[in-house]
Design a protein around this ligand. Sequence first.
Ligand code: MG
Length: 203
Amino acid sequence: MKIICIGRNYANHAKEMNATLPEKPMFFLKPDTALLPKRNPFFYPNFTNDLHYECELVVRICKLGKNISTKFAHEYYKEIGLGIDFTARDLQQKCKEKGHPWEIAKAFEHSAPISEEFLKKEALDMNSLTFSLSKNGNQVQYGSIKDMIFNIDELIAYVSQFMTLKIGDLLFTGTPEGVGPVQIGDKLEGFIGEKKMLELAIK
Ligand code: MG
């Protein structure tokens, strides 16, 4: 399986990164080794001094498809979960400056922890879904699906022009404003609406 991550899909996050708004979705990949196996602790990587959380809604693809039209994209996912797109911001900044690919900053081991549970989209209000992340008990990120620049169906349609989507692939749909650093000892908790979806201790 592959993990597809959308960048700059919330205007206020693009702004906090001093980035321009995309005219088309922007995406990159993480390997399956970016997932954090169940009950494993998350260890702060030794190659960065500025590890950031980016809390994101995650869609699990449930049907094989390519060149999917926006109109039919809703048939390609049934469940939505929550994930963290961990980013070595210092390495990413260097990659950006040099015009290099982002993998060392984004695709490293355990850089994509996801919730164990995924929620059935029929049970959710997919037009106004909200999600949030707290660090040590304080809310640091809050997002609404309404604020996505490109909605989930548009993202699926766009990405599937370039690569076949397979059952089990994960789509990280972008992070809202409020990204920031974590330190060893921090505790992150992610929520969809009021429901706690994930908890992570930084070791
Ligand atoms: Mg992200």
